[in-house]
Design a protein around this ligand. Sequence first.
Ligand code: MEV
Length: 324
Amino acid sequence: MNSKINSFSAPGKIILFGEHSVVYGYPAIAIAIDKRARTIISSENEDKRGFLHVPDLYPNNFFPFIKKENMPRDIAAHLKIIKYFTDSSPSKKLPYISITSDIPISAGLGSSAAVIVSLTKALSYYYDTYTSLDEINHIAFKGEIIQHKTPSGIDNTIATYGGGIYYHNGKIVNISVPSSSFYITVANSMVKRNTKDLVLKVRQKYEKDKETVQSLFIQIDTIVKEALKAIKEKDIAHLGELMNQNQKILDKLGVGHPEISKIIKIFKQSNSLGAKLTGAGGGGCVIGLFHKKEDAIKAVNRSRENNYQSFLTLSTNIGVKKDE
Ligand code: MEV
């Protein structure tokens, strides 16, 4: 068992193309971003009882490692991961765990997956079990299922490995995103939403009218494949057009929101090449693609003037890691 206090972190993500259809086995493209969730794990716990503290969300609660009825879904997911390690470890000394994040929560940027992945890595270190990245990804996916019921797995995958990925049915192809050729602005509509409910909303639409929804997924599939080509060819203008097209289909799927449309307009007024929601939609974040840095900054400033949280984001190749 490893001692002292250690910190582990994993990145959030943006889905560039293919949210929702990815749940049905179609491909999607995502990149890890320079905002991270962090798990601090400590063995300096004299009374041997384990506690989980998530100060950003539950400042006054120190959750013991016992599953109870009506527990918040995220805490239940964390406890499931903790149980996986405590059950298989000979050591009975339980850690004190604190989780923080600088990824906006419930906003489509993969904060829940980044948390789960950093927690999994922290526990594998604490209990001294060799856990490969593939295993971390696999364990974290189980936690994601508790939170989101039918996740595609793209969020935990990108949080584990970082970088850029083309994700198709659980398989990944690493892609090199030419991030020096463009700038991405993120604006948070501040409309909190829940991935599980939005995935369910699309599911209900799908069950009601399979033919129409399937044809929308096929259109997204074509966009994703074209986007992969545009990324390889560094055709940034086309990438922007494809983002606009993807957004139109997401609107048809019923996951748009008036605040999302407002942000897209602000981005357009700042010369975006393209803009769309990212993640499950229904609120959450919008991403805008810009050729010039000054336009991207203009979009950030205009978004902030309109009371949206906004920032220029950078991609990162650093997946889950032990912090120095
Ligand atoms: C993930 O951030 C967004 C959705 O595609 C759900 C999923 O992939 O699990 C809507």
